[in-house]
Design a binder for this molecule. Structure first.
Ligand SMILES: Nc1ncnc2c1ncn2[C@@H]1O[C@H](COP(=O)(O)OP(=O)(O)O)[C@@H](O)[C@H]1O
Ligand SMILES: N[C@@H](CC(=O)OP(=O)(O)O)C(=O)O
Length: 439
């Protein structure tokens, strides 16, 4: 049995958390490969080390004095080192970091030091070997992750190592400079390592006892999801369920390696299993609910548009020409609506409108901002009639106006558009309808 264990920032925020982590790792000999994040928040208003590093580097980039900021970061590590009674010194490491910050080596390098240093501390504490991710995780010239080279080099490097710590979140560009994944990217590293070592399980340890049916910041103590498929998870994490990075499933999915989400603060809880397929029936019709704010809808009207061949393509071309990706495109007989990310769209809004007029000659264009999209996801929905009806009914009872509904052809998800202001109430109403009433 071979396991890769990734610990998130919340699991590594302090010496006390490190102690829990070591207990978990040493509890099973199979937990051979450890992927740590940078120290996260110790309390609600605390700052993650990654954010401290970004802030510190921003000063360095402006040639402003950053010594106090860097010192505060060093103190966070020192507190952990002292709390664990380690004899390790990071003095030389911080001297190199300071020099590189002064030389403006890059924002990604700066952010990556959180995981790099935590990896060194973790390896010393566990008695595991440290492997710098810059030597084993690679990106291509165009910035894409180089899965083939990484798998080969990482697999070979770890093959004969009994135990190792590989820091999450970063790797190297072809010229050797550091590049990070997007925020939360240590989850991706964990998955990459699991694939490279042909792990039996990828354990992802965090501060909640599994993937929950809804965001615990919106629903107090939501029910846990026992088992979820990769496809369901992809829908939920893409739509904002931040417990696992949306790209983290790809490396393990191709190998059929299950992911087990676990809680460092409650290690006896079996957590959530993320699998390719299962005959286990979900407890409720829906598996989970997730959502994101910050969308904008562009409603286009033109009489008889449905009979005009190429109309849809011309509309979408207006977005493509302006470098804007779209989320959903529900359409009617004489109307078509394109949902886009508001922050991406805002600056180019009038260019897109002009392009639509030029390319598709619509009768009217109407833009509405401050919308939220909610995904109701579940493999159980396919075999249950009336799910959309129940969602509508729940939202109507909560006095929420539904702006859009879109059911994926896989019948795995239903997407609902509501006003930003209704976002949390809508999630509560759906949770109550499908989960609370059944408990
Ligand atoms: N559906 C969900 N299930 C569990 N946690 C969720 C969900 N949606 C959002 N979260 C949030 O995700 C957090 C865990 O992710 P993250 O903060 O990235 O942890 P880590 O520091 O371990 O990487 C939880 O504390 C919770 O607030
Ligand atoms: N430390 C990085 C990468 C990461 O994955 O962190 P966490 O596991 O705490 O989400 C970030 O804050 O984005």
């Amino acid at each position: 049995m071979r396991k890769v264990v990734k610990f998130g920032g919340s699991s590594l925020a302090s010496a006390q958390q490190f102690e829990k982590v070591a207990e978990i790792v040493h509890a099973e000999a199979s937990r051979r490969y450890v992927v740590p994040s940078a120290p996260g928040k110790r309390f609600r208003k605390d700052t993650k080390v990654t954010d401290m590093l970004y802030g510190c580097y921003a000063l360095a980039e402006q040639d402003e004095d950053f010594s106090e900021n860097l010192h505060q970061i060093e103190e966070r590590y020192q507190e952990i080192i002292d709390g664990l009674s380690l004899t390790l010194s990071l003095e030389d490491e911080f001297a190199v970091i300071e020099k590189n910050f002064r030389a403006h080596v890059g924002k990604d390098y700066a952010a990556s030091r959180g995981e790099y240093l935590n990896g060194i501390v973790m390896a010393a504490y566990l008695g595991y070997e440290f492997v710098d991710a810059a030597q084993v995780v690679f990106f291509k010239e165009n910035g894409e992750f180089d899965a083939v080279k990484t798998n080969e080099v990482l697999g070979e490097r770890l093959q004969n190592m009994e135990n190792a710590v590989v820091p999450g979140f970063y790797g190297a560009n072809p010229d050797g400079s550091i590049r990070t994944f997007s925020r939360g990217g240590s989850d991706i590293t964990g998955s990459i390592v699991a694939k490279a070592v042909h792990a039996d399980v990828y354990e992802n340890w965090t501060d909640v006892s599994g993937f929950l049916i809804a965001d615990p910041n919106i629903i107090p103590n939501p029910e846990k999801i026992e088992t979820i498929t990769y496809r369901e998870l992809r829908e939920l994490s893409y739509m904002g369920a931040s417990v696992l990075h949306e790209e983290a499933i790809f490396p393990v999915r191709s190998e059929g390696i299950p992911i087990n989400i676990r809680n460092t603060n409650e290690p006896d809880n079996s957590g959530t299993w993320i699998v390719e397929s299962t005959c286990q029936k979900p407890k409720f019709v829906i598996t989970g609910i997730a959502g994101k704010r910050g969308f904008c809808s562009v409603n286009i009207e033109k009489d008889m548009m449905n009979s005009e061949i190429g109309f849809g393509r011309r509309i979408l071309q207006a977005f493509e020409d302006n470098g804007i990706s779209f989320e959903h495109v529900p359409s009617g007989i004489d109307t078509m609506t394109v949902f886009v990310h508001q922050d991406e769209f805002m600056d180019k809004e009038q260019n897109v409108v002009a392009a639509i007029h030029r390319l598709a000659k619509p009768d009217m264009i109407d833009i509405e901002g401050d919308l939220a999209l909610i995904a109701v996801v579940g493999r159980g929905m396919r075999s249950t009639r009336g799910t959309a009806g129940r969602i509508f009914s729940a939202l109507a009872h909560a006095n929420i106006n539904v702006k859009m509904i879109d059911q994926g052809s896989s019948e795995l998800n239903i997407i609902i558009g509501v006003s930003d202001g209704d976002f949390e109430n809508a999630i509560r109403a759906i949770y109550n309808m499908f989960v609370l009433v059944q408990l």
